[in-house]
Design a protein around this ligand. Structure first.
Ligand code: AHM
Ligand code: MG
Length: 336
């Protein structure tokens, strides 16, 4: 039974036994992410003071170099995970290659893949950004250094995934395969409380989120679907809402019902979003909340990744909306 006074720390302990291999390692890992998220949150909240504290590339009054926030977030998450010797490897959107962590004699079981600060171009204009993370059990034997195979696993093998949204409130939303729960940070005391237990995507929705500025470059199926959303019929036209910050757009759609689309287009033939750092974790959360995620034709979580920074088209949100968009994609594609 969900208890709204419950803190994230209490929730993690209470639910530890639900984990398949309950050694406490995954709980400690989520605890580390919780901690790093607080540090990043503190820095993101100060971003508006940039003219006072110094812009990226400057040296501040204490003689420290000011970093870009996405680089800062990347460093904080990596340092926190390395210092606690809690994972055997990390891959990040900000790093060219994966990082091997050999602490604890390579005995740690989990790898973390993350986008430390997604939507960072929104920071300058005081719009919400987020952190996205994804956790897998390694596939190579414990006791040896990780290899690329530990990272190139299909999304259906994730053991946990989540995001932090640095919005009007800071929230951490995550799943370990038993539904999705959201916790809101009380900044006065630095504690996250269970504010959104068992989050569910409405099956239908009336919001579509896509960068329509790219319309002329979209595949015909997406153009047709957008026209469908705009048609005056039944509960349509739908509302268009696009923040340009995946975590925020997803978060709103999960609460209100909607679809997020970042299609391939003539300029980005594979799409823009990264399969491992953005699409897989969001797809896992969507499905855990009763929603759906596809590349227009195939379930995102069933795609076998071939490279770390692989991009894919992304259609994610309320189940019936994703189904409808897929129908348009199929109907518009050349019949074989
Ligand atoms: P980023 O990882 O470089 O921040 O890019 C990902 C972001 C998403 O958060 C957002 O939905 C999308 O890029 C917006 O892209 P665009 O400006 O092309 O619409
Ligand atoms: Mg990103």
């Amino acid at each position: 039974m969900a208890n709204k006074n419950q803190t994230l720390g209490e929730f993690i302990i209470q639910n530890q036994t639900e984990f398949k291999y309950s050694s406490g390692e995954l709980s400690r890992l989520i605890n580390s992410i919780r901690l790093a998220a607080k540090v990043v949150n503190h820095e993101v909240n100060k971003a508006g003071l940039v003219d006072i504290l110094g812009a990226a590339g400057d040296t501040n009054i204490q003689g420290e170099d000011q970093q870009k926030l996405d680089v800062y977030a990347n460093d904080i998450f990596i340092k926190t995970l390395i210092n606690r010797e809690i994972v055997c490897g990390i891959a990040s959107e900000e790093e060219d290659d994966f990082i091997t962590i050999s602490g604890n004699n390579n005995k740690n079981k989990y790898v973390v893949l993350m986008d430390p600060l997604d939507g960072s171009s929104n920071i300058d204009v005081n719009v919400s950004v987020g952190t996205i993370f994804s956790i897998y059990r390694r596939v190579t034997p414990e006791g040896s250094p990780v290899t690329i195979d530990d990272f190139l696993q299909p999304g259906n093998r994730q053991v946990a995934a989540g995001y932090i949204v640095y919005g009007t409130s800071t929230m951490i939303v995550y799943s370990t395969g038993h539904g999705v729960n959201g916790f809101t940070l009380n900044p006065a005391i630095g504690t996250y409380y269970l504010s959104h237990p068992n989050m569910q995507f409405p099956e239908d929705g009336n919001i579509y989120s896509v960068n329509e500025g790219n319309y002329v470059r979209f595949p015909q199926g997406v153009k047709d679907y957008i026209k469908y959303c705009q048609k005056e019929e039944g509960d349509r036209p739908y509302t268009s809402r696009y923040i340009g910050s995946l975590v925020s757009d997803f978060h709103r759609n999960m609460i209100k019902g909607g679809i997020y689309i970042y299609p391939n287009n003539s300029k980005n033939p594979e799409g823009k979003l990264r399969l491992l750092y953005e699409c897989n974790p969001m797809a896992y959360l969507a499905e855990q909340a009763g929603g759906s995620a596809s590349n227009g034709f195939t379930r995102i979580l069933d795609i076998n990744p071939t490279e770390l920074h692989q991009r894919v088209p992304f259609f994610c949100g309320s189940k019936n909306m994703v189904l409808k968009a897929e129908e348009f994609m199929k109907n518009a594609s050349p019949k074989s």
